[in-house]
Design a protein around this ligand. Sequence first.
Ligand SMILES: *Cc1c(COP(=O)(O)O)cnc(C)c1O
Length: 338
Amino acid sequence: MVLGLRDVFTAHSVLQGVIRRTPVFAVPDSTVYLKAENLQHTGSFKIRGAFTLLCDPAFRSGVVTASSGNHGSALAYAAAQQNIPACVVMPQDAPAVKVAGCRRHGAEVIFCGHTSSQRQQRAHDVARERKWAYAESYDHPRIIAGQGTVGLELVQQMRELGQVVCPMGGGGLISGIALVIKGLAPHVKVVGVEPKGAARMTFSLASGTPQVLTTVDTIADGLRVDKPGAWTFPLIQQLVDDVITVDDDDIRTAMHRLFYDHKLVVEPSGAATFAAFLAGHLNITSHTALIVSGGNIDASRLDQLVAPSGSSGENGSVSGKKESSEVEVVINEGRAEF
Ligand SMILES: *Cc1c(COP(=O)(O)O)cnc(C)c1O
């Protein structure tokens, strides 16, 4: 099977009416723009690849997948739309919002282990027992083509575009986007961002072959992937201009700023690109689109990550507590009394 720009156009037409064309917001006083996939159905871009994958008749009788969250919810949603029974194998410590996302769309959830290989093993076993198909989460041409539709929308939405910055887990999203960008606008730079604590692409690109990390440590649960994919690695090698890393503190600051300044609820993985921008790791010489890839985070976790005053560069102390000097507003029979 070969994968090309045409597959992304096919996915784009299949996805009409299924996904939302997410908005692009300008960051004031800059040439930076945010592509808000946190506002996508199921809370991340993953619905694009999942729905495109399930259009393959091989998945008709049932589908099993291993997921730390967003791919699972997206697959559950896509399966429900196509009347396919679905089962998602998730880690024991998956965010509650992501577990609920799977169940809400009628998927069965099985909890298993902490590592992605344990989950994949279990999902393969379930698939064999039930004679259902196993669904990859990033390393499949249909998934890459589906995720690539983000790039197609960007090319349509931004009149001027010089650079696209994309988070990297297994690399499905950036592979699809790079395929589109290098096919339609090869002068546009494609930059990948991964967490310092899970820098599998940085190591793999440096050595020229896919490397498996022995430990993965980051708050970005969607980017806790220990190796590049067999499909995604060569695409990234050929098409991605630059790969950079961000640390968890940068991600926390970015989540804080996205929440308070831009009113966007963004999960750690989704804030990685904005983190790279705020930390000064990007070379902004032209119009730059940052992919804000997802917004699935528990309210308690969001509070934990964005509330501490130390995490903000500019806003100083931010707390839910009322300052004593704050003005009291009392609503009394329709009038406000100060
Ligand atoms: C899955 C995911 C990513 C990484 O996508 P890959 O295709 O695995 O590289 C980034 N952000 C969010 C929110 C995700 O769910």
